[in-house]
Design a protein. Structure first.
Lengths: 632, 159
């Protein structure tokens, strides 16, 4: 690693203009809302006015008969599809079946020639409900005799590690539990010099990505194609294979530019519904939600936290205990993982010898909750850091100094079963304190505070890519990382251009089309540069190796493959190769070799009588001196 | 109904319904999708266009209101030779966008500001841009871009 650090980078570590700049400042950047397919129809959704109700009947005949209406979709006419999907657990029907579990849940959808016609038809759908008692908070949902949201168990979703763990259908509204315990909390509180205890409520929030959820679906005998604003197209693909009972190869997700996500566009949202609309209406269908509808689609978990924290006489934090009730809403979505992360993040960045955290994620009759900006962290850090401030005040210490004395040090193993702490919080806090002019008393009416938290990284390292080096040494990168505005389409080609030694301008990104781009688990948790960046780096090195190997074979150089590998890697990592890519050119004759071969055949396979003109140069490598040859 | 207006400097005639908004006509009928629609209640500024030089939310303005008037959208900002307007260039140079969904509205609001007040202070910029939301929260580079654009426009005028 030290060798890499010393590299004199030419493209990486330099400020290059964003790739998406010209498109985004001229209005030419294409988002799903800008996509129009031939013969495309538009869907609008009828939503439940009740938080919890049985659906007695739905009569959609009048709406279906209106001019310009192509189809009305309800759970009654989806025979052949599997209606349930979900990331952690498949508890989420694509449209309400038999009952509604939150106000705003889709009950029916109209597909029509335009949005206005579809919208106007909604009021001609007659739905009869039998209202049930709703539970709106975890406390109500856990009361004895509380109405149950889900009466049965569900199959596990794509989220690893949650098979069978979600508690839906076990006779309570608990969706997920997470527990953490080490040391002896009771004993520590008994001998504490000072203790603070309190209850904290962190409200639900809507992410408000500027672009509300939008998707276009097309269903044909070749499968399902969806344009979506999804952050993780491959996860949506997985859910759609369940809904349509189709192989992975027949579900295609295409994600152009995404107008903001912040976690709110993680996982499957409206894609199954719009695909079902297209399936029923037998034509491409677009579903563009309004912001108001987006708020009825996903929000973040709200949390009620009881917490106590203790210090000893030397000002060392010795114990923390918390009981957290997270409100996951009507469906699990990603909340089981939010629950687990909240539990871990409750400990904070402190080395605490006695810890007990009990977290419950609870189903309620509210909008489903899921990921949002460092999920699970804000909910509990607000409580934890409040207590750090209160404790400092209680023992007469400066809250900043108190933190400095207690934060985990780099390399410290303060969290069992996790890797040692790899942050430099002490230095970070010093920077923050300096920026805040910490010792200065703020003017009247102003205040300042300092806080910190730690995050157990949330991204699974499953990422793959393809680097295609063309005959003219330009390069295409196939990546499943979605451009949400974080700059992935700029940083990824930077890494590839650096490693291959080709100009940045010659490297193009082909992104987020599950039919073309290799699997990438997700775009979130700040993982793109580290994981996809690493993948394209390794792919670039492998491309060099393959080209050297291919050239050696064509030139009959008889180079030991092991040596090529070792040389390419040692040179690349030592940064000694400014232009490590051997130039392998395949020059075609100007004339078609024979009337039988048209110029069409150039792409893909070369006519056998073409002359291969190969030139290789490896300026600073002793491995391959420049050489040229031609053969026919 | 037939709607005639000046769109990005060109006389334009388009068929539309009386209840259609300007955003609908621009996006659906004229395929000018640079104007983005987000809140639909005149709060976020993503759909900002200029009507007779003044910033307007296209999501809530009925299209017929622009009859015989002049409308400028983000597609009409670049110069005839295709080069970027100084405001567009400044947004690129200052990395004043991330997801880009608010950017056309930000740029059009900036145009309105600088046409009226060529040398705005930071406070004036922040006050004027109050109607434009960026949820990637890149406000600081946006303010920098506006100042850079103002300086550039001044410099070009001085030549």
């Amino acid at each position: 690693m030290s060798a890499e650090k010393k590299r004199d980078f030419q493209i990486v570590n330099h400020s290059v203009p964003r790739r998406d700049g010209p498109a985004k400042v001229t209005g030419k950047a294409v988002y799903v809302s800008d996509v129009k397919l031939p013969a495309m129809a538009y869907a609008k959704v009828l939503r439940s006015p009740y938080a919890h109700a049985k659906i007695v009947s739905i009569d959609s005949a009048k709406a279906a008969a209106r001019p310009g209406v192509y189809a009305v979709l309800t759970s009654n006419d989806l025979t052949g599809l599997n209606l349930y999907y979900g990331h952690a657990v498949k508890d989420h029907p694509l449209i309400a079946v038999d009952k509604v579990r939150y106000a705003g849940e889709p009950v029916a959808a109209v597909v029509a020639q335009d949005e206005r016609t579809a919208f106007e038809a909604l009021e001609f759908i007659d739905v009869k409900y039998d209202e049930l008692k709703a539970v709106l908070t975890p406390k109500e949902a856990l009361d004895k005799g509380a109405a149950l949201l889900h009466e049965r168990t569900f199959e596990a979703g794509a989220l690893r590690g949650f098979e069978g763990e979600v508690a839906a259908g076990r006779g309570s509204n608990i969706c997920q539990e997470s527990h953490l315990k080490w040391g002896d909390v009771e004993a520590a509180f008994a001998r504490a010099a000072a203790v603070v205890e309190g209850e904290y409520y962190f409200p639900m929030a809507y992410a408000y990505a500027m672009e509300p959820y939008v998707a276009i679906a097309e269903v044909s005998e070749n499968g399902v194609t969806i344009y979506s604003s999804a952050q993780h197209p491959f996860m949506v693909r997985h859910d759609l294979t369940t809904v349509f009972k189709l192989p992975v190869s027949q579900i295609r997700l295409i994600v152009p530019f995404v107008g903001g996500g912040y976690g709110s566009k993680s996982y499957t949202k409206i894609e199954p519904l719009v695909a079902a609309c297209a399936w029923k209406a037998r034509r491409p269908v677009k579903l563009q939600l309004s912001v108001e509808e987006a708020m009825l689609t996903t929000r973040s978990d709200d949390a009620l936290t009881w917490m106590r924290t203790a210090v000893d006489a030397h000002g060392k934090i010795i114990a923390r205990q918390a009981r957290i009730y997270m409100n996951t809403g009507a469906y699990a979505e990603n909340s089981p993982l939010v629950c687990e992360k909240a539990t871990n993040r409750t400990v904070g960045p402190y080395s605490i010898p006695n810890v007990q955290i009990d977290t419950y994620s609870v189903y309620t009759n509210t909008v489903p909750a899921s990921s949002y900006r460092g999920f699970g962290c804000a909910q509990v850090t607000m409580a934890g850091e409040s207590q750090i401030d209160e404790l400092a005040t209680k023992i007469g210490k400066d809250p900043y100094e108190f933190r400095l004395a207690n934060v985990a040090k780099p390399g410290e193993e303060f969290f069992p079963k996790m890797r040692p702490f790899d942050g430099t919080l002490k230095q970070d806090l010093e920077i923050a304190a300096k920026a805040l002019d910490w010792q200065q008393t703020p003017p009247k009416g102003h205040g300042k505070s300092i806080g910190c938290s730690t995050s157990d990284a949330g991204a699974y390292p499953l990422t793959s890519t393809v680097i295609r080096v063309h005959a003219d040494s330009s390069v295409s990168i196939l990546t499943g990382s979605t451009e949400l505005g974080q700059g992935s389409h700029t940083v990824i080609p930077q890494i590839v251009a650096e490693e291959l030694g080709v100009p940045f301008e010659k490297v193009r990104v082909v992104a987020s089309d599950t039919a073309i781009t290799p699997y990438d688990r997700s775009t979130g948790a700040s993982r793109t540069t580290t994981l996809m960046g690493r993948a394209v780096l390794e792919a670039s090195r492998e491309a060099i190796e393959q080209m050297v190997r291919m050239a050696a074979e064509l030139l009959h150089l008889g180079v030991d493959p092991q040596r090529i590998h070792a040389q390419v890697f040692s040179h690349a990592s030592a940064g000694r190769l400014r232009h490590p890519m051997p130039h392998v050119r395949l020059d075609h004759p100007r004339e078609s070799p024979s009337p039988g071969y048209g110029r069409r055949s150039v792409a893909g396979c070369l006519p056998p009588s073409n002359r291969y003109h190969i030139s290789m140069s490896h300026p600073r490598s002793t491995l391959h001196p420049s050489c040229q040859c031609a053969h026919s | 109904m037939k709607l005639s207006f000046l769109l990005n400097g060109r006389p334009t005639e388009v068929d539309c319904e009386a209840q259609e908004t300007l955003a609908e006509v621009l996006r659906a009928r004229l395929d000018l999708t640079g104007t983005k629609v987000s809140c639909e209640v005149q709060v976020c500024g993503a759909c900002t266009v200029l009507v007779d030089g003044l910033p307007v939310s296209a999501c809530t303005l009925l299209a017929y209101e622009v009859r015989d008037r002049s409308v400028l959208t983000v597609e009409g900002l670049a110069r005839p030779d295709g080069s970027l307007h100084p405001i567009q260039q400044a947004f690129i140079d200052e990395f004043a966008f991330q997801c880009g969904f608010c950017t056309p509205g930000m740029i059009m609001a900036t145009k309105a500001l600088l046409d009226d007040n060529p040398k705005p202070t930071d406070d004036e910029i922040i006050h004027f841009m109050d109607g434009n939301i960026c949820r990637c929260t890149g406000y600081v580079p946006i303010v920098r871009a506006i100042k850079r654009a103002a300086a550039q426009i001044q410099q070009e005028k001085g030549k």
